[in-house]
Design a protein around this ligand. Structure first.
Ligand code: SAH
Length: 243
């Protein structure tokens, strides 16, 4: 007889805590977007006067980054910092995710390739701006977790595949944009081949673990590209499969 009211009370407390946590997450996420906006303004040399587009900022505002990190904590998730996601990998700093997305110039009818799915966060951002996102991850456990997470969160236009992204994903392309989130000395030639004319490849060029040049490679004609270094960044290395 006394158990029922107690249970109802306990459920009420749980629901209240969940709502309070949601409200905190919403506040922290809004603060993160403002921090990114301010940072982009102060770095006008990188992006030009127009800064980050409202479309990109809106995607950042809509995406629950706390659901992509192991702790699921909002105070950790919405600081403008990279976060370890296990197996020696990191989810990039939100400003860098926004910057790479902006540089890729993703439009609603675009097909986009991501190399380095990691947590799936960058793929989720791209999914809100493009028609289709194909994402490749080389570490089986990360590929599996990210694919399940994106499915559970109903990002239905994202496909995740386990493999070495060096060779791209020809069956999914050709691509309007390619975003690579691991560092390599040179852009992989299969990725340039799978890029449409007019499309952009955004990736960190340089050795892993030190600083690299975030670079935009634009395909201006078949077999012809232009390359522009944007800003120094620090990414994990691009690894190659053994076979
Ligand atoms: N974009 C991710 C961050 C990725 S960190 C996110 O939003 O969370 C870089 C990722 O690239 C790691 O998960 C790493 O395993 C992966 N990676 C490194 N080399 C790769 C390769 N050759 N092919 C596919 N993925 C690769």
């Amino acid at each position: 007889m006394k158990v029922l009211p107690l249970l109802v009370f306990a459920m009420g407390v749980v629901a209240w805590e969940a709502t309070a946590q949601d409200a905190q997450c919403v506040r922290e996420r809004a603060a993160m977007v403002e921090a990114i906006r301010a940072y982009a303004r102060s770095a006008a040399g990188v992006l030009g006067q127009q800064g980050l587009s409202e479309r990109v900022l809106e995607a950042m505002a809509q995406t629950k980054r706390h659901l992509f990190i192991p702790e699921q904590s909002c105070s950790i998730a919405y600081a403008d910092r990279p976060i370890p996601i296990g197996l020696g990998q990191t989810i990039s700093q939100p400003y860098i995710v926004a910057l790479m997305t902006q540089l890729a110039e993703v439009a609603p009818d675009h097909v986009v390739l991501e190399v380095g799915t990691g947590s799936g966060y960058q793929a989720a951002i791209l999914a809100q701006l493009a028609r289709t996102v194909c994402s490749i991850e080389i570490i089986p456990q990360l590929a599996e977790t990210a694919a399940k997470r994106l499915r559970d969160l109903a990002y239905d236009n994202v496909s995740v595949r386990l493999g070495d992204g060096y060779d791209g994903w020809p069956e999914c392309g050709p691509f309007d944009a390619i975003v690579v989130t691991a560092a390599l000395g040179q852009p992989p030639s299969p990725l340039i081949e799978q890029l449409k004319v007019g499309g952009r490849l955004v990736m960190p060029l340089g050795p892993g673990y030190t600083t690299q040049q975030l670079t935009v490679v634009e395909k201006i004609a078949p077999g012809k590209t232009t390359t522009r270094g944007v800003v120094l960044v620090r990414f994990v290395p691009f690894t190659r499969s053994q076979n």
